[in-house]
Design a protein around this ligand. Structure first.
Ligand code: NAP
Length: 281
């Protein structure tokens, strides 16, 4: 019998545990979100992040900048937030409008406030197995996997997608759990065959229902990270959910799977960033 992994419920539990910790703190953590331009999806994501902050008791500030903002203006805001001891986490909402240099700007965020885990110091810490801030979506995906599999040691995990935001850190987290990890991408040959060998299959591509039921090993744990809008306006993942759930042992739905975990882990990372700053000050 296939188990549908309820990301919404697991994210709610995680947020409650952050809320409990924050409730007990006299001085509350603070998250600053920088939103540049008028991409409607980014506005929705930021609104949801701010709402989650309100729910768990994290203070939040939003810095909104117009579409025609240049690198220097974003840089000035990041520097101001870096220097502000009352701000513990900084998030630069991606994607940035065309013309802005995301790679450059992301690296300006101080590593100890980098709640998206994209600063090269945090990337390096993850690879080296050292403590640091880990990107929220892979962290949340690992929590979902661990909610159904106790011991990941020796399992074969296949990750499709190799972005810095998701695929690469996901592979590192699975490696840290002693999985044997295969990373697949757009140039991978025999992708379906490789997927069929996976005990854990994590898909982050951005292609509607790309992974078919016959790509999945019976009983495997399937984590669908993709968010795609279908012609009918509804959301779907990168996995053909209806067919795949007949084969998988565990599977995440879209929506209601990985998505809610991203925000819950952002709350956890902000709390962690504040604790880190207390330890070093
Ligand atoms: P991305 O930067 O565009 O990376 C996509 C990856 O998919 C690339 O590594 C690419 O390979 C690979 N790919 C493209 N076509 C492929 C194919 N036909 N076969 C195998 N691999 C292929 O995207 P991302 O930021 O990682 O996001 C991926 C998806 O996850 C998107 O749908 C995004 O919306 C979703 N997402 C969801 C959340 C959440 O909170 N739920 C968070 C982040 C992302 P190459 O490297 O060779 O080009």
């Amino acid at each position: 019998m296939t188990q549908i992994i309820n990301g919404k419920a697991i994210a709610a539990q995680l947020k409650e545990s952050v809320k409990k910790a924050v409730d007990e703190m006299e001085y509350k953590p603070a998250l600053a979100v920088i939103l540049v331009g008028d991409d409607p999806a980014s506005h929705v994501y930021v609104r949801n992040k701010i709402k989650a902050c309100e729910h768990v008791g994290i203070r939040s500030i939003e810095k909104r900048l117009p579409q025609n903002t240049n690198d220097e203006e974003v840089e000035a805001i990041i520097k101001e937030l870096n220097d502000n001891p009352d701000i513990h986490g900084i998030l630069l909402q991606l994607p940035l409008p065309e013309g802005l240099d995301s790679d450059y700007l992301i690296q300006l965020i101080r590593a100890d406030k980098d709640v998206d885990g994209l600063n090269l110091r945090n990337v390096g810490s993850l690879v080296a197995g050292m403590d640091g801030l880990v990107p929220c979506t892979p962290e949340g995906s690992l929590i979902l996997i661990r909610s159904v599999i106790n011991d990941l040691s020796g399992l074969h995990a296949v990750v499709i997608g190799r972005s810095l935001l998701f695929g690469k850190p996901m592979a590192q987290l699975l490696l840290r759990e002693n999985c044997t990890v295969t990373m697949a991408h757009s140039r991978t040959k025999n992708l379906a065959e490789i997927c069929r060998q996976a005990d854990i299959l994590v898909v982050a591509v951005g292609r509607e229902k790309m992974v078919k039921a016959d790509w999945i090993k019976k009983g495997a744990c399937v984590i669908d990270v993709g968010i795609n809008r279908m012609e009918n306006g509804k959301l779907c993942g990168d996995v053909d959910f209806e067919m795949a759930k007949e084969v998988a042992g565990y599977i995440t739905p879209v929506p209601g799977g990985v998505g809610p975990m991203t925000i819950a882990c952002l709350m956890e990372n902000t709390l962690k960033a504040m604790k880190q700053s207390n330890e070093t000050s």
